[in-house]
Write a protein that binds this ligand. Structure first.
Ligand code: PFF
Ligand code: NA
Length: 453
C-alpha cells in the first residue's frame, strides 16, 4: 500500500458530498443535451422513458459505484485491485472507466470552452440588436477558429486544475459549495423567466404531454445511453467520489438526492429553454445548435434578454466546471493512490494531457475537418463515439455484473444496510443483477450496430 500512514481524504460534510456529486452529475448533459434530445424525440413520451431509465438503471448503478468506492477507499482501478487482486479480469472495469474519464475530459473541456466564449460575448453585449442570422453564424465562426477555442479550453482547464489541486475538502468540496448554489440560483431565474413568458404553457405541454407515436426504439436507446452520461456513470467519477464518503452515510438516500437533483435540473432547464423558445415562435428541435444558436437569438428578442444571456451561459459554464472537476479527480485519484504521485503533480500532468488531447477536438471543425477518424467522423465525433457509445456502457455493464453476480453478498449488504429498510437491499439487488445488465447490454449492442463498428 502506498501512502501508508496518511489518512485518506474524506468529505467534510454530507452536504458537501451531495453538492460535489450533484456537481459532477449536473452538467452540459442536463442543460445542453437533455433538452435537445427531448426535442428530437418528440417531447413528453421521451421524458417518461427517460425517467424510467434513470430509476431502474441509473440509480442502481450509481449506488453500485458509490458502494465500490466507499468499500475500498481507493480510486476506480485500485478499488478492483483491492477487491480481486492485481490479475483479476474485473480490473478492466476500473481501467475502462478511467480511460473514459480521460477521453471525455479532453473534449468536454473544448465544449466548456465554447460556453466561456459565449459568457464573454454575452458580457460584452454581442447579441444585442443583431439580426438572427448574424447571431446564429457566430457559432460557426467560433468552431471555425481553432486558436480561439484552444485559448478558452486552456482557461477552462486552468480553472479545473486550480480547484482539483486544492484537494477533496479544500478544493472540490469547497468550490462545489460555492458554485452549486449559484447554479441553482441562475437556473431559478431562467426558470421563472420561462414560466412568466407566453410560451410557458406550450413549453409544459411539449415536455409533459406524451405522444407515443413519436417514440421509436432509437428513442429508448437514446434515453438509456443518456441516463449514464447524465449521472456520470461508467466514468470512475462516482467510484472516486464514493471513496471519500464516510461509512455511516446511507447510500440509497445519498444516491437518491443526487439523482433527483440531476433530473429536476434537466427538467427545469428543458422547461426554461422551451418556454422562451416558443414565446418567440421558434422551433425547439434544433439539435446541438439549440443552446449556441437558438438561445442567443431568443434572448436578443425579449426584454431583459441581454442579462438573461449572461445568466444562461454562466449557468452552462458553472455546470461544465463542476462536472469536469470530477472527471479530472477520477484520473488524479488513480495517480495518487496507485502510483504514489503527489496531488499537485498528478493534477498538472492530467490537465496538461487533457489540453493536448483536446487540441484535435478543437481543430475538428477547421484545420482537421477533413480528417475522418472513425467512419466519416471527425476527431471530436470519434472521441465522443468511443467514450459515450462504447466505454461508458461497457464499464456500466462490467460494474453491474460484478456487483450483481460476483461480489460477495454480505459485503454489499453491509454497505447498503446502514439506514436501508428491509426492501431496499432485495430491490436493488434484483435490479443490479438482472435489469441493469440486460438494459445496458441491449444499448451496447444496438449502438455498436448503428455506428457500424
Ligand atoms: N454528468 C455530466 C453531464 O450530464 O453533463 C457529464 C459527466 C461529468 C460525465 C462527469 C461523467 C463524469 F464523470
Ligand atoms: Na447530468
Amino acid at each position: 500500500m502506498k501512502n501508508i500512514g496518511m489518512p485518506r481524504a474524506q468529505w467534510a460534510s454530507r452536504l458537501g458530498f451531495i453538492l460535489a456529486a450533484a456537481g459532477s452529475a449536473v452538467g452540459l448533459g442536463n442543460i445542453w443535451k437533455f433538452p435537445y434530445i427531448t426535442g428530437n424525440n418528440g417531447g413528453g413520451a421521451f421524458v417518461l422513458v427517460y425517467l424510467g431509465c434513470i430509476a431502474i438503471v441509473g440509480l442502481p448503478i450509481m449506488m453500485a459505484e458509490l458502494m465500490i468506492g466507499r468499500h475500498t477507499q481507493r480510486d476506480a482501478v485500485g478499488a478492483f485491485v483491492q477487491l480481486e487482486g492485481k490479475r483479476s479480469f474485473w480490473l478492466s472495469a476500473g481501467w475502462v472507466s478511467v480511460i473514459a474519464a480521460f477521453i471525455i475530459c479532453s473534449y468536454y473541456s473544448v465544449v466548456a470552452g465554447w460556453t466561456l466564449d459565449y459568457v464573454y460575448r454575452a458580457l460584452i453585449g454581442s447579441f444585442s440588436g443583431e439580426p438572427a442570422e448574424a447571431i446564429e453564424s457566430m457559432f460557426g465562426t467560433l468552431i471555425a477558429d481553432g486558436p480561439r477555442q484552444l485559448i478558452w479550453q486552456a482557461i477552462f482547464l486552468l480553472l479545473c486544475l486550480g480547484i482539483v489541486i486544492g484537494g477533496v475538502q479544500k478544493g472540490i468540496e469547497r468550490w462545489s459549495k460555492i458554485l452549486m448554489p449559484i447554479l441553482f440560483l441562475l437556473l431559478g431565474l431562467l426558470f421563472i423567466n420561462g414560466m412568466l413568458s407566453k410560451g410557458a404553457w406550450e413549453g409544459f405541454a411539449f415536455m409533459f404531454r406524451p405522444d407515443f407515436s413519436k417514440l421509436s426504439a432509437g428513442s429508448v436507446l437514446e434515453a438509456l445511453g443518456h441516463s449514464f452520461f447524465t449521472l456520470s456513470l461508467g466514468m470512475a467519477a462516482m467510484i472516486t467520489y464514493g471513496s471519500y464518503l464516510n461509512k455511516t452515510e446511507d447510500l440509497l438516500a445519498a444516491s437518491l438526492r443526487v439523482v433527483i437533483l440531476d433530473t429536476l435540473i434537466a427538467l427545469m432547464a428543458g422547461l426554461a429553454i422551451f418556454s422562451v423558445v416558443f414565446s418567440v415562435g421558434m422551433e425547439p428541435a434544433a439539435g446541438p445548435g439549440l443552446v449556441f444558436k437558438t438561445i442567443p437569438v431568443v434572448f436578443s428578442q425579449i426584454p431583459g434578454g441581454a442579462l438573461l444571456a449572461i445568466v444562461f451561459f454562466l449557468l452552462l459554464a458553472f455546470a461544465a466546471l463542476t462536472s469536469n472537476i470530477s472527471l479530472l479527480e477520477a484520473q488524479v485519484a488513480y495517480f495518487i493512490d496507485e502510483r504514489g504521485w503527489s496531488r499537485k503533480k498528478a493534477t498538472v500532468f492530467l490537465a496538461g494531457l487533457a489540453f493536448v488531447v483536446g487540441i484535435p477536438t478543437a481543430l475538428s471543425y477547421n484545420t482537421l475537418a477533413d480528417w475522418e477518424v472513425i467512419g466519416e467522423r471527425n476527431f471530436f465525433d470519434s472521441a465522443d463515439l468511443i467514450a459515450s457509445n462504447y466505454l461508458l456502457p461497457i464499464a456500466g455493464l462490467l460494474i453491474a455484473l460484478y456487483v450483481g453476480w460476483f461480489w460477495s453478498g454480505s459485503k454489499e449488504k453491509e454497505e447498503l444496510v446502514a439506514g436501508g429498510s428491509g426492501w431496499v437491499y432485495p430491490t436493488w439487488h434484483f435490479l443490479i443483477r438482472y435489469v441493469s445488465p440486460l438494459a445496458v447490454a441491449v444499448v451496447l449492442y444496438f449502438k455498436a450496430k448503428e455506428s457500424g463498428l
